[in-house]
Design a protein around this ligand. Structure first.
Ligand SMILES: [Zn+2]
Length: 386
């Protein structure tokens, strides 16, 4: 095979980034992409466009090389065959870099959100010059491998990079000045965001096709992070501090946290606090093993943690009324066989009669880089302001 629909347009020359599109044209493209192809009339219907306007948009997208004719298909929406528009998903790529203490992990995805490229690099120390040099090298390598990278996202915990010293968060190793310098040097949008924001984008992006406009994600671990999506936008906050919710009160007479709160979410449900409270336990796994073996204190401690997460989820449901709440990080092991405790906690504050959609997902830490790449894709296509 010498040619595929995803070959770059002839004479594409120097490596242009993602083309500048009118917001409506971008939106039309996104719908075609999310749905794995749509007919013109289906796109027009979704966006409320006239036939003339839609014809012009399809022409623009074809001229930009972003879509291809996909042949005629019987469509359930009209009961008639229609010419399909397909997104050329191999045309551009998005790079995510996850910053960990001692290691940088990269993932490149295509427009279909599929990982097509991965790298890991041990680093002795973290800092803007080390991370910048590695991103530069990876972008060159990705290009040599035939990828056309349209955006880059560098992610890590803003609170504290995994295993790094106290106080070393993402913005300490990727300050705003470095991020903006890379953006102009690399010629593509560059974002530096918290892990949880990346994970939120990763979970939300594929759901946009189904019309999921809002979502809340709770990532439980040593720290507790919240990712929020409303009206299709990831909420970052006026000072990029949205989602700081881990010290909300969840138990009237619970454990005490380092900030002297009694019964806050962190004190009740963070893994740090759970492990601390069970004498002799060193990891969350120890506590879970002991609970499974029938040890009452470990069981009671995990039940309290599950209830605490439930209360926090209830508050979020009341506040945002999202399509869905996703619980991840260490949530699956804490909530395993303790969903009744979770529900009990949630119901102390959430009083709507219907059951909310709560999803518990296992997320491998190796997938963080992929989440970062997902953030670059989401931001570039669904949120980018020209
Ligand atoms: Zn607290």
């Amino acid at each position: 095979m010498t040619s595929t629909p995803d070959d770059l347009p002839a004479g594409s020359g120097a490596d242009p980034g993602w083309p500048q599109l009118h917001p409506t044209t971008q939106s039309a493209y996104n719908h075609i992409l999310w749905n794995g192809g749509l007919s013109k009339s289906e796109v027009a219907k979704k966006l409320g466009l006239s036939r003339t306007r839609m014809t012009a948009i399809a022409r623009d997208l074809e001229a930009a090389g972003l879509i291809a004719e996909g042949g005629r298909e019987q469509r359930a929406s009209t009961g008639r065959p229609a010419d399909m528009l397909l997104a050329r998903t191999g045309l551009f790529h998005f790079l995510g870099v996850h910053v960990r203490a001692g290691e940088l992990v990269a993932a490149g995805i295509d427009l279909a959100n599929k990982v097509v490229w991965e790298r890991r690099q041990h680093v002795d120390e973290l800092g803007p010059s080390v991370i910048g040099a590695q991103c530069r090298a990876w972008l060159a390598e990705a290009k040599a491998d035939g990828l056309r990278v349209a955006a880059l996202a560098v992610c890590g915990s803003v609170e504290r990079i995994d295993a790094a010293a106290e106080g070393v968060g993402l913005h300490a190793v990727v300050p705003e000045a470095a991020r903006s310098q890379w953006e102009s040097e690399f010629g593509i949008p560059v974002w530096a965001e918290d892990d949880v924001v990346a994970l939120t984008a990763f979970e939300q992006w594929p759901r946009l096709a189904e019309g999921q406009d809002s979502m809340a994600l709770i990532s439980l671990g040593r720290e507790i992070g919240f990712g929020l999506v409303a009206d299709r936008k990831i909420i970052l906050g006026a000072h990029r501090r949205a989602g700081r919710f881990s010290h909300v009160l969840v138990a009237a007479d619970g454990a005490r946290c380092p900030l002297e709160h009694r019964g806050c979410l962190w004190a009740e449900s963070s893994t740090t606090s759970i492990v601390h409270d069970v004498v002799g336990a060193r990891t969350l796994g120890d506590v879970i093993d002991r609970a499974t073996a029938g040890e009452q204190t470990a069981r009671a401690r995990l039940a309290r943690a599950a209830r605490g997460i439930g209360v926090a989820a209830g508050h979020i449901l009341n506040l945002l009324d999202p399509d869905k709440v996703i619980l991840t990080g260490d949530s699956p092991s804490i909530l395993d066989s303790r969903t009744e405790d979770f529900d009990e906690g949630m119901r102390t504050v959430y009083t709507a009669p219907d059951s909310p959609v709560i999803e518990v997902t296992v997320f491998d830490f190796l997938e963080w880089a992929r989440a970062a790449a997902g953030l670059a894709l989401y931001r570039r296509l669904a949120e980018y302001d020209h």
